[in-house]
Ligand binder design. Structure first.
Ligand code: DX5
Ligand code: ZN
Length: 237
């Protein structure tokens, strides 16, 4: 699977979002990750469809919209119209998840499902055949610049094992505290989409940072793991 590098606009300079988007556009990145926070699902507010619509004409990058929102049903259409290519909703929304996933698909977007660090990975299992991307949160969502939570690594391994066993093709994304070292560790565990805000946008040379992250994840050792190792991970998750 090709590795995907996705700078997160949350860490960009909001005083010059257009220039920051253009910087990402020419950085060699694959996706632009757009964090939408509603002040309810998470204790922070970021930006809405108007901002996404404003930066959309500046780049051809794939727009990966991460909805950290209690009521995504009212936002799916506005973000699709604003130019989202993929929308991720959270599995913590429980009974609403199936219909939200269908709604995303019906809007012509790729379907993403996100999971918070304290939530058991078993919660996403029923939806794996419905999604294009699984977004494993490696920090508690709400803020950029937090340290990577190492306890999430077995969840990545479990997702990779399920994907292989079920012969599915969804991406396994990681989001939060992703720097060059943790990106490589996640790649080794089975991740293939790397969302990174602070580490990438804080560099004056975003292009060089994207290149360095790609090199780090492409050279990380991956491979088929033995069944005993898999059994041990599922006990841990
Ligand atoms: C966290 C967001 C992340 C955030 C990552 O709530 O979902 O996408 O932008 O930022 P860093 O890379 O700074 O942890
Ligand atoms: Zn995010």
């Amino acid at each position: 699977m090709a590795m995907i590098i996705a700078p997160s606009l949350l860490a960009a300079n909001f005083g010059r979002l257009a220039r920051e988007t253009t910087r990402a556009a020419v950085s060699g990145a694959d996706w632009l990750h757009l964090d939408i926070m509603d002040g309810h699902f998470v204790p922070n507010i970021s930006f809405g469809p108007a901002v996404v619509r404003t930066v959309r004409p500046l780049t051809k990058l794939f727009f990966d919209v991460h909805l950290m929102c209690s009521k995504p049903e009212i936002l799916l259409e506005p973000f699709a119209k604003a130019g989202a290519n993929q929308m991720n909703i959270h599995v913590e929304l429980g009974e609403h998840v199936t219909s939200l996933l269908w709604k995303i698909k019906s809007l012509g977007n790729k379907v993403g499902l996100a999971i918070n660090p304290p939530t058991s990975i078993s919660m996403v299992q029923p939806y794996l055949h419905q999604i294009d991307s699984l977004l494993i949160m490696t920090v508690n969502p709400g803020f950029g610049g937090q340290p990577f939570i190492y306890e999430t690594l077995p969840k990545i391994q479990q997702a990779r094992d399920w994907r292989r066993e079920k012969k599915l093709r969804f991406n396994i994304g990681v989001d939060g505290g992703i720097d060059f070292k943790t990106a490589a560790e996640c790649a080794q565990a089975g991740a293939d989409a790397f969302i990174s805000g602070t580490t990438l946008f804080s560099r004056p040379n975003l292009r060089a940072a994207v290149k360095k992250m790609r090199k780090a994840v492409e050279s990380a050792p991956t491979g088929v793991r033995n069944p005993r190792e898999t059994a041990l991970d599922s006990q841990l998750s």
